[in-house]
Design a protein around this ligand. Structure first.
Ligand SMILES: O=C(Nc1ccc(C(=O)N2CC(c3nccs3)C2)s1)[C@@H]1CCCN1
Length: 140
């Protein structure tokens, strides 16, 4: 109720987003660290638009075994590329250009093995992504 009072009635702005990860197997276990895959965790607009218009930065929290597990990305693309051998949960915290908008948190479980998609190039890749919407209540 307090928030409703704080914000004058105004139009609602919806920003469709996609978040998730892609992954590509090395095809072997790397001798140095046992890693088997390269993966990229991301959050991006669903439509073709510049996310920096409304997203200031995104904080990705990886598994603590990674060096510097908290990664802050301050300009698009809002993504982190790493290598590894297993699947685990990543926390993503989205900070907005409008500082009156509270940051929001999403969680994504890194997938390395499925679902497999075949890209137009014929290359096979794991793509695990989810659709969501960020809704802003714009004051008048
Ligand atoms: O896999 C899992 N957890 C994982 C956490 C981190 C993983 C990983 O891939 N890596 C740590 C990173 C480094 N290695 C060396 C230096 S940094 C590469 S895997 C769980 C276990 C059961 C199901 N999922």
């Amino acid at each position: 109720m307090a928030e409703a009072v704080e914000r004058a009635k105004g139009k609602r702005v919806c920003k469709p987003i996609v978040y998730g990860n892609t992954a590509t197997p090395f095809g072997f276990k790397r001798e140095s660290d046992g890693h088997t895959h390269s993966w990229t965790v991301f959050i991006k607009p669903y439509h073709y638009e510049d996310p920096s218009v409304y997203i200031k930065k995104v904080q990705f929290k990886l598994h603590d075994s990674y060096a510097t597990p908290t990664r802050v990305i301050e300009k698009p693309p809002f993504e982190v590329t790493e290598t590894g051998w297993g699947e685990f949960e990543v926390q993503m915290r989205i900070y907005f250009v409008d500082s009156s908008e509270k940051p929001i948190t999403a969680f994504h479980y890194i997938r390395l093995f499925q679902p497999i998609v075949t890209l137009p190039s014929g290359v096979q890749q794991v793509v695990a992504e989810y659709y969501d919407e960020i809704v802003f209540q714009e004051p008048t």
